[in-house]
Design a protein around this ligand. Sequence first.
Ligand code: HEM
Length: 207
Amino acid sequence: MVAASGADARKTIHPLFVRVTHWVNAFAIFVMVLSGWRIYNASPLFGFEFPAGFTLGGWLAGALAWHFAAMWLLALNGFAYLAYGLVSGHFRRSFLPISFGGALDDVFLAMRGLLDHAPGRYNAAQRLLYIGVILAVIVAILSGLAIWKPVQLQTLTAAMGGYEAARRVHFFAMAAIVAFLVVHIGLAVSVKGILAPMFTGRAEAPR
Ligand code: HEM
């Protein structure tokens, strides 16, 4: 989509729909993760708790209220993003083709500081990570539903291996999302010229 004008030969590299859903999603994920950590602390699955200062909701009921409120935002916004991505061709254009070898090559190039980041074109590692995190969010939502309504949605809960297994699936989906975010936010703030276009949409046209 070209939006260049006169002296400013820049292009719209992130469609408005993607930008709006991305930032709504980022907000919803932060609320879900931090309130989820408070809910986890009420009945830890593993031998540790999350530091109270990094949790949201104050107490179990408060955290559940935040978690369920953000859940609707995440699910509705996520559905809109998926529908747009599939119908408009955004996913096909931006995330395909997928190449595991290419992603590995890009990681090695990035580690040596040699990875060229062309605005508006995701490299192979980014494509794989973005598809991976979208799948992790879907798994988090499905496993969350399985532990929220284990009686009404017993087929889903059974497909996850039962209630206890679904809790673990939910935890590891969260862990995958948080691991993605550490890398994603780290790169977004350290690689020059990629954060601003995610707000404005515009950047130098990719060559
Ligand atoms: C403070 C939090 C976040 C920041 C600063 C951030 C930053 C960015 C930036 C700068 C891009 C564009 C990258 C580029 O042009 O090379 C991007 C894209 C993307 N981010 Fe984030 N992000 C954040 C949170 C999240 C979260 C929570 C998720 C998902 C769980 C996410 C998933 C994605 C995806 C899937 C894309 C590709 C979007 C598309 O083109 O369809 N981000 N993000």
